[in-house]
Each structure stands twice: as C-alpha cells, then as structure tokens.
Write a protein that binds this ligand. Sequence first.
Ligand SMILES: CC(C)(COP(=O)(O)OP(=O)(O)OC[C@H]1O[C@@H](n2cnc3c(N)ncnc32)[C@H](O)[C@@H]1OP(=O)(O)O)[C@@H](O)C(=O)NCCC(=O)NCCS
Length: 173
Amino acid sequence: MRTRVLIRARRPEDLDGCVAMLGDTHRADGYPTRWPADPARWLRPPGPVLGSWVAVDSGAVGSLLGHVTLVAADEEIAGRAWLRHAGPAAARPAGISRLFVSPVARSRGVGTLLLDAACAQAGRHGLLPVLDVLDRDRAAVLFYLRYGFRQIDAVPMELNGVQETARCLALRT
Ligand SMILES: CC(C)(COP(=O)(O)OP(=O)(O)OC[C@H]1O[C@@H](n2cnc3c(N)ncnc32)[C@H](O)[C@@H]1OP(=O)(O)O)[C@@H](O)C(=O)NCCC(=O)NCCS
C-alpha cells in the first residue's frame, strides 16, 4: 500500500530532521559509507545545486520520509562517465545525489516519488539524470535499474581501505 506522500522543496528548517533521518539510514544501511563531520553541510553538496526535495507524510505534520538533491554533474564521477560514454553532442548530465528514505518508510514508493521530482527538474533544465552507486548497495542498485537507469560504466575505488566498485548509471532515454 502506498503512503500518502507529499514531495516539496527542502526548507532550511528541514535540515535537522534530515540529519536525524540520515543517521537512521547510516545505522541501517551504511549510507553514507563515512559519517560526515558536518552532516548538514553534507546535505548541501558543493557545486551548482539544481534543487533539493523532501518527502513528507501528508498525514503526520512535519514527518519527514526521505530526501534527494540534484546537482550539475559535469565534474562528478557519473557525469564524467556519461560524457565519455555519450560524447560531446549529448545532453549535459545532472546528478542524483543524497537520496535516502527513512528505514521505517521503505517500499512504499517514497524513493520513486523523490526520483520523479529530481528527474523532472533535470528535464526542465534539458539535462540527463545520472548517478553513481556502490555495487554493494544492492537495494539501491535494484531500485535504480527498476526505475529505468542503465549502467554506463563501473569504476573501482578504495573506500575506508576497502576495494569497492561504483556503478555509474544514466537514465535510459
Ligand atoms: C534505495 C532507496 C532510496 C529505495 O527507497 P524506497 O522508498 O524503499 O523505494 P520504492 O518503494 O520507491 O521502490 C521502488 C522499487 O525499487 C525496488 N526496490 C526498492 N527497494 C528494494 C530492495 N530493498 N530490494 C530490491 N528491490 C528494491 C523495487 O522494485 C521497488 O518496487 P516494488 O516495491 O513495486 O517492488 C532506499 O532503500 C534507501 O534509502 N536506501 C539507503 C540509502 C541508499 O542506498 N541511497 C542510495 C545511495 S546511491
């Protein structure tokens, strides 16, 4: 059954609740891999931000369910992979970033609605949604593939002394 979910632009007063939800996600899923020194700042990534949204339970005032940010991605790992893959004539990339859903609100379509909002904003800017996801984050990989992303590259990287693979995905056009 789908929760009644409202997607709206993130407001400054949402940040504390988003940090708390991010803490729950980190403990449940190990995302983000490294807990940031300043999590509120981590939720505002560097570079041009094209929008940040939260999912809110419309039946419980102020109850946050999830978060996503869209950034210009020419200099991001997935954006660079897209430009290598598609060539200079292709649409410029926009990066899906900081996407997480509260562990208590999973599998109710919240993540899909957040992706819808970010992808629609990319479309309004004439940009193609891309993202990178660690191969070991299986739920997220399956979620993105199910949504319609496809893999364009796989990049080895070392995180916390562990060899990992970042899958670079782009929305199927
Ligand atoms: C990935 C994540 C955002 C998905 O959010 P969600 O609200 O549970 O996703 P949805 O309910 O919209 O799921 C849509 C589809 O994705 C797939 N999916 C979602 N979670 C899945 C899981 N754990 N295993 C397999 N498939 C999954 C399913 O096909 C699902 O459709 P269905 O419910 O009809 O089967 C959430 O699991 C999460 O926050 N994970 C931790 C943070 C993270 O890894 N973020 C991504 C960083 S790159």
